[in-house]
Design a protein. Structure first.
Length: 333
């Protein structure tokens, strides 16, 4: 029997690996492999999910050792009833808890062969992604959204975890590079010698700069930890990816320079006007309007938006006053 713990680090394709493991569960069982999911709820239901995971990590050393024994007993029973001899659990939260989980791992190794797998990403690529995820998309601290340079200097310290893991679990730890040119699911499958089907959709892709800016503006207004669905709920039904691009609008809708060609293609219609009614429209007498400058148009639209916002503010204030008047006590007993 073998237990594989995929421990992260975060933003190295963990969600894609987990999706592939979930989708490939039947095929994995045929290979004698069972994917246990993300949580240690087989030890205690209180450890399930994001809400329960802190309960597991708050366990003291002796509790962790007891957890490991229960986990080993669970695996032995699963092997007896299901026939699988290899078990995978994937949770990136483990990476940042090396000192906490070390008693668990040391005890678990006494009962089952154990292997740890982690991925590491180029910091020049990881830091912008981590900042986007944990400072903008999910603001996980108090106060306004902080500058990249400030947060990145804190987040880069995450790499120190590999020093801790390297010393604590050198003989059972496999560290792989997360590379853009190679699918991480395929690499994970190769490392473990299993067959996995990568998910069709990319998981947790970084939001585009325009959406990131909107989240910064919105999340900065909120005092505390701001989960992604707070923003999503505030703008429910608004598909930002469908927002028209002004340059595209200008190019496709406000550029009339094809007019001469279109008229030429319909020349018989105008020949009839000329020969039957003596009406002609020489091209030289009509100047085609050039397309508007996109930047000038953007500035004018911004001015319109300001005017609209002021008007809406007046209307909202009037509505608030009307509602307040309706809610005010009438003075009758």
């Amino acid at each position: 029997m073998e237990v594989i713990l995929h421990i992260g680090m975060g933003k190295t394709g963990t969600s894609s690996i987990q999706a592939a493991l979930t989708q490939s569960a039947p095929a994995l069982r045929e290979q004698g492999v069972e994917y246990l999911g993300m949580w240690f709820d087989m030890i205690d239901p209180a450890f399930r999910g994001l809400a329960g995971q802190p309960n597991f990590f708050r366990s003291g050393p002796e509790e962790m050792q007891a957890h490991a024994r229960r986990f080993a007993a669970f695996l032995a029973e699963r092997r007896r009833t299901g026939g699988c001899t290899r078990f995978i659990l994937s949770n990136e939260g483990i990476y940042g808890q090396v000192r906490t989980v070390l008693p668990f791992l040391e005890e678990l190794r006494r009962h089952v062969p154990l292997r740890l797998v982690a991925y590491v990403r180029d910091p020049r690529d990881w830091l912008p992604s981590a900042y986007s995820q944990w400072s903008i998309f999910h603001k996980n601290y108090e106060g306004p959204v902080r500058p990249f340079a400030e947060m990145a200097r804190q987040q880069v310290k995450v790499y120190s975890g590999f020093q801790l893991w390297g010393e604590a679990a050198r003989d059972i730890l496999t560290v792989r590079p997360f590379l853009k040119q190679k699918n991480v699911v395929e690499d994970f499958a190769e490392v473990l010698g299993i067959s996995l089907t990568p998910p069709t959709n990319r998981r947790q892709a970084r939001v585009e700069a325009d959406q990131a800016a909107l989240r910064i503006f919105y999340n900065t207004r909120l005092p505390g930890n701001t989960l992604p669905w707070v923003f999503d709920g505030a703008f429910k039904g608004l598909d930002l990816s469908a927002t028209p691009v002004l340059e595209d609008v200008v190019d496709r809708m406000l550029d009339y320079r094809e007019t001469d060609r279109i008229v030429s293609e319909a020349r018989p219609l105008f020949d009839y006007l000329r020969t039957r009614f003596g009406i002609d429209f020489p091209p030289s007498e009509t100047e085609i309007e050039p397309p508007p400058d996109a930047e000038a148009l953007r500035r004018r639209l911004t001015e319109h938006l300001l005017q609209i916002v002021m008007n809406q503010a007046d209307r909202i204030r009037a509505l608030e006053e009307a509602v307040a008047a309706l809610q005010a006590p009438t003075g009758k007993s």
